[in-house]
Design a protein. Structure first.
Lengths: 246, 878
């Protein structure tokens, strides 16, 4: 599905491709989630790394690009990188290196101590933002003024957007989604989380002040639209958020 | 060998001759005679037999178990052969009871020692529960009590304390008290494994003594107590003296006209009866079925002005421990005129002076009824007196049959849960902490427990793989594995730095529960809170009452529940649903038989020989109840055009609810757990057919299915379809999306040490446990749909909450034509369906709307009936 003409969603995944930049982008991988949970006494079997690689493989069997961009939160743990987390991130980077000429990693709020791993590789760029040809990638955990941005398209992560849908008898179904629309004469796209564990925040239910991203808190998401991601299905375009509020 | 019932008591002199001279002297100085249980137990215990004794409270049950033990300990003391070790372990599920037993032993220990001469060595008794201080615990290590009083949880912890275990090598007796409270739940399952582990640690068999109130079947309870040895049930002598005390039981109806008395008046009349009873007795214990009911009755009684406010007290689980202890204390001292309780006072501690038990509304099970009434008439020769006040017609029928069954000693069955994998995981981790095990040796030990006797070997092996974390990569196993398991050499043992701590801090089977906050979605507003147990029972589309408003359940997240206000909707689930015990299968069966008898009599009845009255006169009920029940059956009989309801025929009524929506009413008297199961199956089948979600309501007497608009349902076809389906798979798929699954999975995961409640010094909030459990469930399913804890959650829901066995049996009987069904179309629901139609209405004591609706239903129906009669009459004339 096309967004803002230049961006194409890669079905049925939470990923996009931008042909003009020769780039595939994903966001919010949260590798090492299980280890962090185990540290707190919740023993969730490890599954995410495998799922991540599987999905990237599937994406690559359909789309090719010279570059890949990870729009923040490649890993989960805030504090010092644990051995397992280190290993998972390192393995992923090794894997990506073989398949892309360039890897761009945008720093998210979880990506502390990440340079220890990235500096081992010379084709990995670790930076706070990435902009090229009127497109800006930024994770979105920090407050910025949209109107001060030069680029026309802003692509965010961080929020893990999802929409909640009710069947006619009130069962809630939840699906991860892209959120996009125009605000302050800019085109904004919020990417869904790539992480297996991220359930997402129900943007059509949560009041504004309960959204995660300080950027989203300030804009009117009611006028934006969502593209739902359902496993093994085509992406689904939903109406404006304000029409899905009840 | 095996389980034998002992019917003949020994003469008092012979029993007393078992005791040491000073112990006997003390006993004789305190008691004139032996009580019935003692006439059996002294001999049996002194012959080192395992015994199960069931007897009512106040029958000297405690001493029946302890006297011979005290005698033996004093003998040893006199011979200077009493070692510093534990000789007797006493386990009960209640700390309050533990304290009571402790106090009751201290005195005889002191007095007997005085008789024997203070030069002999002290016989000590001590308590070990979560309450005692580390200092106490240390002291117990240095000077262990000869009699150790503990709880199932503390016992499991002791079993992993190497140093204390040394002191347990001397154990000769284990007493399990309140066995009726343990045998049918996971706490008991946990204890049964602990006993086998204790047996292994002691190195030789000890005498097992089970004490309990009335329960059935005793064989099952005895098996639970003793377990197996070398594949054979250990022998056990069963002494059943539950019935020596006479019971005086009566059902009363507070009004002459149970249908047309409005709610306020009904309450007034009920209180009037209650006042009458309370003022003519010393101390009355009143049971209501819900906590809110308890509070309202207390409020009323305190405001009547008849009693001193201090003489009336409430006692239920939501009150703080201090308040409860205070009430118990006052009870013992005889300071109370009435105490009102929901369930908390039905077992345990000795509560002294009660001479009357009143139950408002049905207690739902014969056993429970007897247990409650058995709290009265404390003296050995006193009569246990109980009155049930019936509040509606179903109540009256149910209670009338219940009391008849009680007088006939027909009890509901207990069901011992089998092969619970979560409890087993806990023990395997505990066992591994203790030593290295050969797989077969451990398997044998576990199979000695009655609850795991049929555990399959491959299931056990699979479980070991799982506890060892073999689903994870090699390098992650020290995180996920709680044991190491070497399949080739068939050995397992402990693993992980934190495992011991995890075990200590997370042991036990009772889940953490907190209130769930209820919010409306738009606008997001807090509207109140509900018990998690209630949330658990909410199904899609359910309407319930909270703070006087009706809400539709939408979804939950963590410990929050989201709803939408639905004005003018009829509630589909009563607020007390999770508190009220389900009607048992056995009692339902008796009511079914009664219905059949009544209808057949009505068919045969001629005016001269009033047979219905004859049937009713065999029941312990008052005149008003008789009248109400008779009228109830007559209206039903005539309304359904003399259709005979029988034990072999189910009536399915196609009718309309209060909103004129078409519904099916299944008059299935097979216990609420069967109704729960069956209603789901039928709703799923109809839902599939009509491609819509089906709303159901259930109660003890049947269930309703709300039919989708403009869709025709052929119930025959639906049933045929169900016969061809794997109903367990069908139910699992349906359960998967429910709150019940989400919540119960958390409990199972916590018991299996996968979602910890307490870790590295932090308590983990229930909310966090819940959210994480849901993630865990998704992940486990992804790895293997039959992950042991997923299996266990389904087992718990299907077997312990629902009743899959009896449902399967019923469906099979319908399929074979052993049980038939008849579909009857009615314009207005028949009387037997009324309570189902108004089911969701909030409360049994404050039930204005519910009564109003019942009255409306009845009025409409009477009109219909009289029209019909007129028509018949007219036809006859012409």
């Amino acid at each position: 599905m096309k967004i803002f003409n230049k961006i194409e969603t890669i079905e049925p995944f939470p990923a996009i491709k931008i042909n003009s930049l020769d780039l595939i982008a994903i966001a919010d991988l949260h590798l090492g989630y299980e280890t962090a949970a185990a540290e707190q006494g919740i023993f969730i079997p490890k599954i995410q790394y495998k799922k991540t690689i599987q999905n990237i493989n599937k994406i690559l069997s359909e789309k090719k690009a010279k570059r890949i961009l990870i729009n923040g939160d490649i890993k989960h743990e805030f504090t010092e990188t644990k051995y397992h987390e280190y290993k998972e991130v390192d393995n992923l980077l090794k894997y990506l290196q073989k398949r892309f000429e360039e890897i761009i990693i945008i720093k998210g709020n979880h990506d502390t101590f990440i340079s220890r791993i990235t500096k081992k590789y010379d084709n990995i760029k670790l930076q706070d933002t990435f902009h090229e040809k009127d497109i800006l990638f930024i994770h979105g955990h920090q407050n910025i003024e949209i109107k001060n941005i030069d680029e026309k398209i802003i692509i965010l992560g961080h929020e893990h957007p999802s929409i909640a849908l009710y069947t006619d008898i009130g069962i809630k179904e939840k699906t991860k989604c892209f959120l996009f629309g125009k605000t302050n004469s800019k085109n904004v796209l919020v990417m869904p989380a790539f992480s297996y564990f991220a359930q997402g925040s129900d943007i059509n239910i949560l009041p504004k002040n309960e959204l995660l991203s300080p950027i989203l808190k300030k804009i009117n998401i009611n006028q934006m639209r969502a593209i739902g991601i359902i496993e093994n299905e085509k992406h689904l375009l939903f109406p404006k958020i304000k029409n899905m509020r009840d | 060998m095996g389980i034998t019932f002992i019917k003949k008591p020994w003469p008092d002199e012979e029993s007393l001759s078992c005791l040491d001279a000073h112990v006997r002297q003390w006993f004789k100085s305190k008691f004139k005679n032996l009580t019935p249980p003692q006439r059996y137990s002294f001999k049996l215990i002194s012959k080192n037999k395992n015994v199960l004794i069931t007897a009512p409270t106040g029958s000297g049950k405690t001493f029946s178990a302890f006297m011979v033990i005290l005698s033996d300990l004093f003998r040893r003391s006199k011979q200077n052969s009493l070692m510093d070790g534990v000789y007797c372990v006493y386990v009960s599920p209640l700390r309050a009871l533990n304290n009571d037993i402790y106090r009751n032993l201290i005195l005889p220990l002191r007095e007997i020692r005085e008789l024997a001469g203070n030069h002999i060595c002290d016989v000590r008794v001590g308590i070990r529960t979560g309450d005692i201080s580390p200092y106490e615990r240390q002291k117990q290590l240095r000077k262990p009590p000869h009699i150790l009083i503990t709880t199932p949880e503390s016992l499991a912890i002791i079993l992993n304390s190497k140093r204390f275990l040394e002191k347990l090598k001397t154990v000769r007796w284990v007493i399990v008290d309140e066995i009726h409270e343990l045998a049918s739940n996971k706490r008991g399952v946990h204890l049964s494994l602990s006993l086998e582990r204790l047996r292994e640690a002691v190195g030789k068999d000890f005498v097992r003594i089970g004490l309990g109130a009335t329960l059935h079947p005793l064989k099952e309870a005895a098996g639970f107590l003793v377990g197996y040895e070398n594949g054979k049930l250990r022998s056990c002598k069963v002494v059943d003296v539950s019935w020596f005390k006479p019971f005086d039981l009566k059902l009363i109806c507070p009004t002459d006209d149970i249908i047309y008395t409005d709610a306020d008046r009904m309450n007034d009349l009920m209180y009037k009866e209650l006042d009458k009873i309370i003022s003519s007795h010393n101390t009355t214990l009143v049971f209501t079925n819900t906590r809110s009911g308890t509070e309202r009755v207390v409020h009323h009684l305190k405001n009547t002005g008849i009693y001193n406010e201090e003489e009336i007290a409430a006692h239920h689980g939501s009150l703080s421990r201090d308040i409860r202890w205070d009430v118990e204390d006052k009870l013992k001292k005889g300071l109370l005129k009435a105490v009102i309780s929901s369930t908390s006072l039905e077992l345990g501690i000795d509560i002294g002076y009660i001479d009357m038990v009143v139950q408002i509304g049905s207690p739902k099970s014969v056993t429970r009824c007897i247990q409650r009434v058995g709290r009265s008439g404390h003296g050995l020769n006193d009569t246990a007196k109980g009155i049930i006040i019936g509040m509606d017609r179903d109540d009256l029928v149910e209670c009338a049959i219940m009391l008849r069954c009680a007088l006939d000693h027909k009890l509901d069955k207990i069901c011992v849960p089998k092969n619970c994998l979560d409890v087993l995981i806990q023990h395997i981790v505990g066992m591994a902490l203790y030593k290295k095990w050969r797989v077969d040796e451990a398997y044998q030990l576990i199979k000695n427990s009655y609850c795991y006797h049929n555990l399959k070997h491959d299931v056990f092996i699979q479980l070991l793989h799982y506890i060892a974390g073999h689903y994870a990569d090699l390098e992650d196993r020290n995180v996920y594995g709680k044991i190491w398991f070497d399949e080739k050499n068939k050995m397992f043992g402990k693993r992980g730095r934190y495992t011991r701590v995890i075990y200590y801090l997370n042991i036990g089977t009772i889940p953490d529960e907190v209130k769930v906050d209820v919010y409306t979605i738009q606008p997001k507003k807090y509207v109140g809170s509900i018990e998690e147990e209630f949330l658990e029972r909410l199904r899609k589309k359910d309407i319930f009452v909270l703070g006087g408003k009706t809400y539709e359940f939408k979804y939950s997240r963590g410990m929050r529940c989201y709803v939408e206000e639905q004005k003018e909707e009829t509630p589909t689930i009563p607020a007390w649903f999770s508190e009220l015990l389900p009607l048992s299968y056995e009692l339902a069966q008796e009511i079914r038989k009664f219905r059949e008898k009544m209808f057949q009599t009505l068919k045969k009845e001629n005016k001269k020989d009033d047979n219905v009255d004859k049937i009713l006169s065999t029941l312990p009920i008052d005149h008003r109840s008789k009248k109400a029940i008779k009228q109830y059956f007559e209206t039903q009989y005539h309304y359904l055009q003399k259709t005979i309801v029988s034990t072999k025929k189910i009536i399915i009524e196609e009718t309309y609810d209060l909103k004129k929506r078409k519904i099916l009413v299944f008059h299935t008297l097979y216990g609420r757990r069967v109704n729960d199961t069956l209603s789901r199956i039928i709703a799923i089948a109809i839902g599939k057919k009509t491609k819509s979600d089906i709303l159901t309501t259930i109660n003890d007497n049947g269930f309703t299915i709300l039919l989708p608009k403009n869709k025709n349902i052929d119930i025959k076809e639906i049933l045929r379809e169900i016969f061809s389906l794997d109903i367990i798979e069908l139910l699992k798929k349906n359960i998967r999306k429910t709150e019940l699954m989400k919540r119960r999975f958390r409990h199972t995961a916590a018991r299996s040490f996968l979602v910890l409640r307490n870790y590295k010094g932090h308590k983990i909030s229930v909310r966090k446990q819940q959210i994480n459990a849901q993630t865990l469930l998704r992940t486990c399913e992804e790895i293997n749909k039959d992950f042991p804890i997923i299996q266990e959650t389904y087992r718990e829901i299907l077997e312990d909450i629902m009743d899959i066995e009896n449902t399967k049996k019923l469906l099979k009987d319908i399929k074979n034509g052993k049980i038939t069904y008849k579909i009857i179309k009615t314009p207005i629901p028949s009387p037997f369906a009324h309570s189902l139609i108004v089911l969701g209405e909030p409360d049994i004591i404050l039930m204005k709307d519910r009564r109003q609706r019942l009255i409306e239903l009845h009025e409409a129906l009477t009109k219909k009936l009289s029209q019909k009669t007129k028509k018949t009459v007219t036809t006859q004339i012409s």
